[in-house]
Ligand binder design. Structure first.
Ligand code: THU
Ligand code: ZN
Length: 157
């Protein structure tokens, strides 16, 4: 159950994802997607899908929102506040203009998991409800990022 304050914050985040979806470049699918990342310090960064005639070069809205958050300095600010890469995202809202559940594709789930599993993935549900799941729930058997990081640390020592 989301607190009243979080509900207000999340509705605002969903609106940001909706606005971002309007900016999508999607001549091949006409399927506008917008995403909005809420950072640990309350800022919002958005992204939209950007398609390509080569199809595989298409960028997804969720990836773009995370990229914009990092390029906007959110990860650096988090580090300065003593937080890790796993703590800088509080939530991500996803919205497709044609209307459906907000769940990101599996590539995006993997991309998001680089930055933790404990943040909320949210979107608009039926009758103005807020759909909300932890990323962990969307990735039941995750690739073990901590083992890969540990492997690099081990080889340095
Ligand atoms: N799309 C996203 O932006 N995010 C996803 O996670 C799923 C798919 C985009 C890619 C493509 O431009 C359009 O939606 C249809 O697949
Ligand atoms: Zn995706």
């Amino acid at each position: 159950m989301l607190s009243k304050a979080t509900q207000v914050e999340y509705r605002n985040l969903i609106e940001a994802a909706k606005a971002a979806a309007e900016l999508a470049y999607c001549p091949y699918s006409q399927y506008n997607v917008g995403a909005a990342v809420l950072t640990f310090d309350g800022r919002i960064y958005t992204g939209c899908n950007v398609e390509n005639a080569g199809y595989t070069q298409t960028r997804h809205a969720e990836e773009a929102a995370v990229l914009n958050a990092i390029a906007g300095g959110a990860l650096k600010r988090a580090a300065e506040a003593g937080l890790t890469q796993f703590q800088f995202i509080k939530a991500i809202a996803v919205h497709s203009r044609k209307g459906s559940d907000p769940w990101p594709c599996c590539n995006c789930r993997q991309s998001l998991s680089e930055f933790g599993f404990d943040f909320d993935v949210i979107g608009e549900g039926p009758n103005n409800t807020i759909l909300c799941q932890k990323l962990r729930k969307l990735i039941p058997y995750p690739f073990p990022i901590e083992k890969v990081l540990a492997s690099v640390r081990g080889s340095r020592s």
